[in-house]
Design a protein around this ligand. Structure first.
Ligand code: SF4
Length: 293
């Protein structure tokens, strides 16, 4: 079995910057303790554990606004690469918390776009993943009733806006570009006048395109990524749906099963933009061992 390492893969600049910011905050003795991250800094358990070793505590579970209430007075909070709604920032200011914002510039760009469109009188149809923090933050830029979340084509039926409402379609940064296109087309049948703003970031696009391209030359593709990583799950989807090749996601080398590769001669390996290189290297090394059997 031959292992093809797909490029680009793994950490994007937004993730690297967020982790660097968190470590710098933890190393500054003048910053109030304890230090919390509001949600996982990036969706990868290995990275969360690494930050714990710096004394950074991760609060995880409910909405960002609810999580903020768990941060004690006088402590420090870091906002993650996924972005936060203005309500979270205001609450942190009201409570006089020290805070640092690690929102990726590509996510900030989407927030700015939504602010502008709301100011111009538009309502927003936001295509994104239910329960993911990025839609929560971005849609928080719109007043109540002016933004609606669409995750699947079936959701389009439930979009409540009148046919004459000025509308902007805005996407989450880490979606599958192919899935998103079919959802946009369905929305445009219902609202032909809607403006389309595809906000899928370059890092996501390049990883998907490389995975689909290489998948054509291999028998299957292994994606290294956390189960909660939206872009890792989308990589599996695009390999299966666009390149029509089997794909599996593993979180680490411990998930690999040799029997999955029975009869497979060539496998491609990629990783989501929140996956540390060390974890992917371990997976590649183990797969190469299989290749020698
Ligand atoms: S995947 Fe894209 S939006 Fe998300 S952190 Fe990376 S560059 Fe930023």
């Amino acid at each position: 079995m031959h292992v093809v390492k797909i490029h680009p893969r793994g950490y994007c600049y937004g993730v690297v910057d967020a982790i660097t910011m968190a470590k710098r905050v933890a190393q500054d003795p003048n910053i109030p303790r304890p230090i919390y991250v509001l949600g996982q800094i990036v969706h990868n358990q290995h990275t969360v554990l690494e930050l714990e070793s710096y004394g950074i505590r991760t609060l995880d579970g409910s909405s960002r606004l609810e999580l903020l209430d768990e941060v004690p007075e006088g402590s420090t909070v870091i906002f993650t690469a996924h972005g936060i709604s203005p309500a979270v920032k205001s609450r942190a200011q009201e409570r006089h918390l020290t805070f640092f914002d690690a929102t990726c510039p590509d996510v900030t760009k989407t927030h700015t776009l939504i602010q502008e469109k709301i100011r111009q009188g538009y309502s927003i149809i936001y295509i994104g993943t239910k329960g993911h923090p990025e839609p929560e933050g971005a849609m928080g830029e719109a007043p109540d009733g002016r933004a609606f979340l669409v995750t699947t084509i079936a959701d389009v039926d439930n979009v409540p806006f009148e046919a004459t409402t000025p509308l902007a379609i805005v996407t989450q940064t880490t979606l599958s570009q192919w899935d998103t296109q079919s959802i946009i087309e369905t929305i445009l049948v219902k609202y032909p006048h809607a403006e389309v703003h595809n906000e899928i970031c370059l890092a996501t696009q390049l990883r998907q395109e490389a995975a689909v391209q290489i998948a054509k030359d291999v028998e299957m593709v292994v994606v290294v990524g956390d189960r909660r990583s939206n872009n890792s799950n989308r990589l599996v989807e695009v390999v299966e749906q666009i390149a029509h090749k089997p794909s599996i996601r593993v979180e680490s080398v411990g998930d690999l099963r040799e029997e999955w590769f029975d009869g497979v001669e060539t496998v491609g390996v990629t990783a989501g933009s929140s996956t540390p290189s060390r974890i992917t290297r371990e997976v590649i090394k183990r797969l190469e061992t299989f290749a020698q059997n």
